[in-house]
Design a protein around this ligand. Sequence first.
Ligand SMILES: [Fe+2]
Length: 178
Amino acid sequence: MKLPSRDEAIKMMREAGCSEGVIRHCKSVTRVALRIAEKLKMRGYDLDLNLIEIGGLLHDLGRAKTHGVEHGAIGGQMARERGLPEPIARIIERHVGAGITPEEAKRLGLPDGDYIPRTLEEKVVAYADKLIEGEKEVDFEETLNRFIEELGEDHPAIERMRRLHREMMELLGETIKE
Ligand SMILES: [Fe+2]
């Protein structure tokens, strides 16, 4: 799999029309994603750090076109149009919240596709994105509360986010503050 370099990925974001703020956000998410990935590696999990780095830098490519929930799906299409490898397109389209089920995707009018993060690389980028607000690191709970305010406690996306958080904490061997 031929991945762009870090500089090429950033250039691609800029040329697609992403704002400097979005690019800074993507760099912050990538920093956190790599930190998590290195910890997981030390715990014996096998994951592709280069894929996480370039996927992290490109994860909000779709924000060149829209900041709506569809920016993941659109970003995935943009990645494919640009000839980026499929694992990058999938990181991009699976990073929104803790993923979007087929039923919700349909309701949201997204093109048919699988919007649930499945590989470790996809999960790490989606999760790291929940630990960054703008460019600043926040607790997972802060992001969760933001989603609750927006979607309501009963929205299925909320339980999915809690599940991703629990899964990541478990993989990292960390205990959850409840
Ligand atoms: Fe995003």
